[in-house]
Design a protein. Structure first.
Length: 220
């Protein structure tokens, strides 16, 4: 596909776009609504812990869609030690996938969608201020169907490991404080030399922003 065909495809997709709900560090998700032949489709991506409470369905291997709390076979790549032919809920399979990525120092994004008929979309729009503001459109980010988990890895910047070594030599304790998944933060900390296997579970070596703020609040 050449540049002209790519641009034409982008323009065609842009013409189908109905509205957008922008990403923010507070929302930790973003959505776009596009017109389809039968109505509208909401595409929503974001932090799994934010989206999973609003997700009721999951697309399984083979393309079948089932309720997220129903059991199905677990892919062998997600088996835990000692398991043989395990089954798990769709939610459990997503959690297993997140853990697998996190242990390999990947951040994760959950991809979802929601289909609405034209009448369903118009009813929601009429009931929510005609979608005049972004917060009015957030009602669309519900009853979602999970498509999959994507892993994103940010390589350590050059010199980070040496900087950590020098901090330790100088008597400076370095901690990892994250706004993302704690397991991902622990895996990255091990690679950077902030902590080792023994002290990885020490809350003063790796912690979340929420836990850190609670701890600091206790001491003030």
């Amino acid at each position: 596909m050449g540049p002209e065909a790519v641009n034409a495809h982008k323009e065609a997709l842009e013409s189908q776009k109905e509205c957008v709900i922008q990403f923010s560090s507070l929302r930790k998700r973003a959505s776009v609504v596009v017109k389809t032949e039968t109505g509208y489709r909401v595409y929503c991506k974001g932090a799994p812990d934010i989206l999973m409470p609003n997700t009721n369905w999951i697309v399984l291997n083979g393309g079948n869609v089932q309720p997220i709390h129903e059991d199905s076979a677990v892919d062998k790549s997600l088996w835990k030690p000692g398991e043989v032919d395990p089954t798990d809920t769709g939610l459990g399979i997503l959690d297993r996938t997140i853990d697998k990525f996190a242990n390999e120092a990947f951040r994760t994004i959950l991809m979802t969608y929601r289909d609405l008929s034209e009448s369903e979309y118009n009813d929601l729009k009429a009931q929510n201020n005609d979608f005049a503001k972004e917060e009015d459109r957030e009602v669309l980010e519900d009853d979602l169907t999970a498509v999959g988990i994507w892993g994103i890895q940010d390589p350590l910047r050059e010199g980070i490991e040496q900087a950590i070594i020098e901090c330790k030599i100088a008597g400076i304790q370095v901690i990892m404080c994250t706004g993302d998944n704690l397991q991902t933060a622990i895996a990255i900390s091990k690679r950077a030399g902030i902590c080792n296997e023994e002290d990885a579970t020490n809350p003063y070596a790796c912690t979340t922003g929420k836990a850190f703020r609670a701890k600091v609040g206790e001491t003030l």
